[in-house]
Design a protein. Sequence first.
Length: 94
Amino acid sequence: MWLRLPPGSPRPTPSAPIPERLLLGSLLFKAVALALREVPELNGFWLDGAFRPSADIHLGVAIALRGGGLLAPALLQADLASVADLNSRLTDLV
C-alpha cells in the first residue's frame, strides 16, 4: 500500500523538525495523482479550445506570496513519486 512507511523508517512526530514532518498536502497530492492514473480522462490540458489528454501526471500547486501575488509550480511525475518525495518537494516550495 502506498501509505505505509518502509520497515525501519522513522515515524514523523509533531515534535520533529519541520522539514521531517509529513504535510497533509503530500497525502492529498499522492491520492489525486493515483486517481488521475485510474481515470486518465481527467488528466490533460486545454490547447486551442480543446482538451488534450496527457500521459504524464503533473500537479500544479498554488502558493500565495506574503507580499501579494501567486506562484503555481508543478510537481512533475507526481504519480511516480513516493509520499516522502512529494513531502520533500512541497517542503521546498513553502
